[in-house]
Design a binder for this molecule. Structure first.
Ligand code: 9PG
Length: 476
């Protein structure tokens, strides 16, 4: 069959077809759409928060991400393993002009492949619906986002997050001192990140938190802030007590070997099988426990583990996370390291890029290991910038902004680019302790948190933020 889209004829193969606002709705386990123009670039949508999301040049050879052990933590391993360009759920083509052809799944568990003359969409299992559109980049992505699930609880929060200054080096004494320090700034959430727990799977306060997590939550509340806590509910390592106690909870391959779930903290990671009722109950109890301590802002991290091996696991993921959403109805859930499209409608906030870091780029990892998912401002900006179209579905979290020059290799103009995304999305977070800041940096942090600066999108990759024009061409 063929359809007429924005004045051009587009041949396609699908089981059914109907016009909808802004394009067409297609049906099929596999659909093929033939491009009306020779495509040069493919919008490659990464699977989870940290995955590469950008326009890629179709004429350039794809380089395999190295080492293989990191792949499950970087993206849907299928996307990385194929020699063709595949994206997660949605893909788009661009030629020499401004027009874009977009094919996006309306259900979970789909992938889209891009070639010079073709967009091929495929659901991992079963039939599903698709959206097809042709037009300006902003318009086609906006039309797609309107058909996806959403949940926008008020405006995004202003967060002090402990990760990007103290990393795992946090303790009760240090956090109590930090709470004193930030008292004069209009934060709403004080979020305790990784470093408080005994081990992955062993979610009790470690010896650095002698009075326990409920005590800390109470101290945070007394300062007028909402207590936030980091959790990775579906992750364990081979030396986790939970793994030794419940080896049968771990996600395994056909041969019964634990499925690799990435590599972090210097160890290989394993995933809990979110298809098992006991595992979901464990996660439910974990959230209940954290909320019982007084935390009602939860950063649920490394969530891709609940969906491995990739698109095939997204239905299971959505069911499990739907259960967590129910028990934490009143809490703010920030999803991180999470399959992006499968999280819509469940997450309040969603990290849409890799971690920032106080440097621009780790070239060894980004370039020589062909891994664009590692911490660094360049990688973080690139992915976040290409996911701003999700802003009507979820609070888009571009990660924290930096104001400090202490312990920081970033140049001021690089930090501004990150600050610009925070102004645009409204998700304002930092990890900079005021005591690390110079007087003018403190003033800038205060203005960042307390002022609403008008933001105008001059083009998809240029922003006017207040008086300043920010050009993101350096990360494209
Ligand atoms: C805590 C951190 C912070 C951070 C999260 C997540 O691909 N990687 O190597 C990789 C490592 C760490 C990481 C993300 C990716 O960080 O995004 O905000 O909470 O965990 O350990």
């Amino acid at each position: 069959m063929r359809v007429s889209l924005g004045g051009v004829e587009v041949p396609l193969e699908a089981e059914a077809l109907e016009p909808v606002e802004g394009g067409f709705r297609l049906l099929g386990k596999e659909v093929r759409v033939y491009s009306p123009f020779p495509a040069r670039a493919f919008f490659r949508h990464g699977w989870q928060s940290w995955s590469l999301t950008a326009w890629v040049d179709l004429r350039e050879a794809k380089r395999p991400l190295f080492p293989e052990a990191r792949r499950p933590q970087a993206d849907d391993p299928f996307l990385l393993g194929s020699s063709a360009w595949w994206g997660s759920g949605v893909g788009a083509l661009k030629g020499s002009g401004d027009q874009v052809l977009l094919l996006g799944a309306l259900g979970v568990g789909a992938r889209v492949r891009g070639e010079e003359d073709l967009l091929l969409g495929r659901y991992a299992d079963g039939e599903g619906e698709w959206f097809l559109a042709y037009g300006g980049e902003a318009e086609v992505f906006a039309a797609y986002s309107r058909l996806l699930p959403g949940r926008l609880p008020g405006r995004p929060p202003r967060v002090f997050c402990t990760w990007y200054s103290h990393y795992t080096g946090i303790s009760e004494a240090l956090l109590l001192a930090l709470l004193e320090e930030i008292g004069d700034y209009p934060f709403e959430v004080f979020q305790v990140d990784d470093g408080w727990q005994r081990a992955l799977g062993d979610w009790e306060a470690n010896e650095k938190f002698p009075r326990g997590m409920a005590f800390l939550a109470e101290a945070i509340r007394r300062k007028g802030l909402r207590p936030g806590l980091w959790l990775a509910p579906f992750l364990v390592t081979a030396d986790s007590p939970l793994y030794r106690k419940r080896p049968e909870w771990v996600l395994r391959d056909q041969e019964g070997r634990p499925l690799p779930a990435g590599f972090n903290w210097g160890k290989p990671l394993l995933a809990l099988d979110a298809g098992k009722e006991e595992v979901v109950e464990f996660a439910v109890e974990l959230l209940r426990k954290a909320m019982g301590w007084g935390y009602d802002y939860l950063k649920l991290d490394f969530l891709y583990a609940a969906a491995l091996p990739g698109a095939e696991g997204e239905r299971r993921y959505r069911e499990a996370l739907g259960r967590l959403r129910q028990v934490a109805e009143g809490a703010y859930l920030l999803f991180c390291g999470a399959p992006v499209l499968a999280s819509l409608g469940l997450a309040d906030g969603l990290r849409v890029g890799p971690d920032v870091a106080p440097y621009w780029d780790n070239e060894d990892r980004s370039h020589f290991l062909a891994d664009p998912t590692g911490p660094g401002l360049k990688n973080a900006l690139r992915a976040s910038l290409h996911r701003l179209w999700l802003s009507e579905n979820v609070h888009v979290d571009p990660d924290v902004a930096y104001f400090r020059t202490r312990f920081n290799l970033l140049r001021p103009e690089e930090m501004r680019l990150q600050e610009g995304l925070a102004h645009l999305t409204g998700f304002k977070a930092t990890s900079d302790p005021p005591s690390w800041l110079l007087p003018e940096e403190r003033a800038r942090l205060l203005a960042f948190l307390s002022q609403e600066v008008p933001v105008r999108r001059l083009s998809p990759y240029r922003l006017q933020v207040g008086e300043e024009v920010l050009d993101y061409a350096c990360v494209l």
